[in-house]
Design a protein around this ligand. Structure first.
Ligand SMILES: NC(=O)c1ccc[n+]([C@@H]2O[C@H](COP(=O)([O-])OP(=O)(O)OC[C@H]3O[C@@H](n4cnc5c(N)ncnc54)[C@H](OP(=O)(O)O)[C@@H]3O)[C@@H](O)[C@H]2O)c1
Length: 250
């Protein structure tokens, strides 16, 4: 069983903790946050600790060793625990969406001595949608493509995920249509218009626990890899390549 320490216990971290705690492949050992520790997390039986300096991280890991860190906190925490990842060869699954180029360059240096995954988009569903859309774009470059994203009424900006999809399949952002209505959590759709048929790839977010499912997938796949820097898409592609190799000739 892979021993995991979760970094960040906000909106996303709390949902991820639930998923990791229920997954028999993992032992969620503790949760680290910025503020002072509380004894245990509400609704779970793992300790929660406040860690704010590299020394505190080193001391905590000496007494509470784990195999992997899953980060749903803030970009700056990478620089607090990073040298521990390097020195101990910990697996790192980071979901932080707002890393700077400097942060990412630092994460790449850790990958010389550890398995590091950074993914600004950590749901299995959206990553699968992007992979499938990319493939279909290759197969049918002549098809018209439009992206529709729907979110709750008060979301002000165009969905970052929709922009990422557009970038991934090399479609101009003019082809994104945004609808704002009610309380929609997140709907992304890529529509391929062929002359005699239409293909729609649709992803609907239901709740934040999907981030936990993505982190669990990433941990399982990362555990099979050598040291290096990976994206979520890299891990999915490795799995698809293995699957294709197994089924070729059938
Ligand atoms: N990749 C994805 O698909 C995806 C999806 C969702 C979220 N995220 C990312 O996950 C992160 C958290 O999002 P959220 O909505 O849960 O935010 P949030 O509710 O504001 O929670 C942030 C959490 O991070 C903790 N934290 C902040 N600085 C820290 C530090 N230096 N060391 C340890 N913990 C620290 C906070 O601790 P305190 O509780 O003590 O303040 C808090 O528990 C964001 O970076 C977001 O981009 C990514």
């Amino acid at each position: 069983m892979i021993k995991v320490g979760l970094v960040g216990f906000g909106k996303a971290g709390q949902a991820v903790a639930q998923v990791l705690q229920e997954d028999p492949r993992y032992e969620l050992c503790w949760i680290a946050r910025r503020s002072a520790a509380t004894e245990t997390a509400p609704g779970m039986d793992v300790p929660v600790v406040g860690l704010t300096t590299p020394d505190e991280w080193g001391q905590w890991l000496d007494t509470h060793p784990v195999d992997a860190l899953v980060d749903f906190s803030r970009p700056e925490s990478l620089h607090l625990y990073g040298e521990q990842v390097r020195a101990r060869g910990l697996m790192l699954v980071s979901a932080i969406s707002a890393y700077s180029d400097t942060d990412l360059a630092y994460a790449h240096t850790l990958a010389a001595d550890a398995r590091v995954l950074c993914s600004p988009n950590i749901t299995v569903g959206i990553n699968f949608l992007m992979m499938a859309a990319r493939l279909l774009r290759k197969i049918a470059p002549f098809a018209d493509v439009e992206i529709v994203e729907q979110h709750f009424r008060d979301k002000p900006e165009v969905s970052g995920t929709a922009r990422k999809i557009a970038q991934t399949i090399d479609v101009n952002e003019d082809h994104i249509t945004s609808l704002r209505l009610g309380g929609i959590v997140g709907h992304h759709e890529v529509i391929f218009g062929f002359p005699y048929q239409t293909v729609r790839l649709i992803h609907n977010s239901i709740e934040r626990r999907a981030f936990g499912t993505g982190a669990a997938f990433a941990l399982a796949e990362l555990a099979k890899c050598g040291n290096g820097f990976y994206t979520f898409e890299d891990l999915m592609m490795l799995m698809v390549q293995k699957e294709l190799a197994n089924t070729s000739g059938h």
